[in-house]
Write a protein that binds this ligand. Structure first.
Ligand code: 5GP
Length: 187
């Protein structure tokens, strides 16, 4: 069986990445999203094992020592990491795998996996991202501002990506994302 291809999707918090990915996955059955580990506190609307594997700082550090991560990074004070084993397994099974990870993690993967395809999703401007985060209502203002500052730094790295999608019109962005994934999956 042909191996699947690895994809990275990054972009500032509030760019709409998760919603786009969830909608894309409803149609593209040969794609799966990798489930990350994080030390971030669980939100009310999240489920353990669905959105993330939520773990303690101690358990996360143990996973680092055991070399279980393809990549990991600290983002706004919390640790996030992609487990190598489950990603490898999915790829071997012929699935294309999407990593929704930040720019620091993306750069680590790019070093290790030469044929990774990297997509950057951006809002029209960061104030639009701020508005989305406010509407989402999961973060206090201080956390939102931390995320916007991190997003501003992340925007500097969009030049390292293979493709940039502006999430200005949602349906257009969704169509663009589907087209990119479908076109690149067999390469
Ligand atoms: P959130 O807290 O909003 O779920 O995620 C914050 C940021 O961490 C987002 O940019 C998200 O893409 C990124 N992220 C999620 N999982 C991982 C991961 O496994 N590794 C890295 N490096 N970043 C991740």
């Amino acid at each position: 069986m042909a191996k699947g291809r690895l994809f990275i999707i990054s972009g500032p918090s509030g760019a709409g990445k998760s919603t786009l990915i969830n909608d894309v996955l409803k149609d593209l059955r040969d794609f799966e999203k990798s489930l990350s580990f994080t030390t971030r506190p669980i939100r009310d609307n999240e489920k353990m094992g669905k959105h993330y594997r939520f773990v303690s700082q101690k358990d996360f550090k143990k996973l680092i020592e055991e070399d279980k991560f393809l990549e990991w990074a600290s983002y706004c004070g919390h640790l996030y990491g992609t487990p190598s084993e489950s990603v490898d397994k999915k790829l071997k099974e012929g699935k294309n795998v999407i990593l929704e990870i930040d720019v620091q993690g993306a750069m680590q993967v790019k070093e290790k996996v030469k044929d990774v395809y990297m997509i950057f999703i951006t809002p029209t401007c960061l104030s639009e991202a701020r508005e989305r985060l406010r509407r989402r209502g999961t973060d206090v203002d201080e956390e939102i501002e931390k995320r916007i500052a991190a997003g501003s730094e992340e925007m500097e790295s969009k030049k390292y990506y293979d493709c940039i999608i502006v999430n200005n019109n949602y349906n257009e962005a969704l169509l663009n994302l589907k087209e990119e994934l479908n076109r690149e999956k067999g390469r």
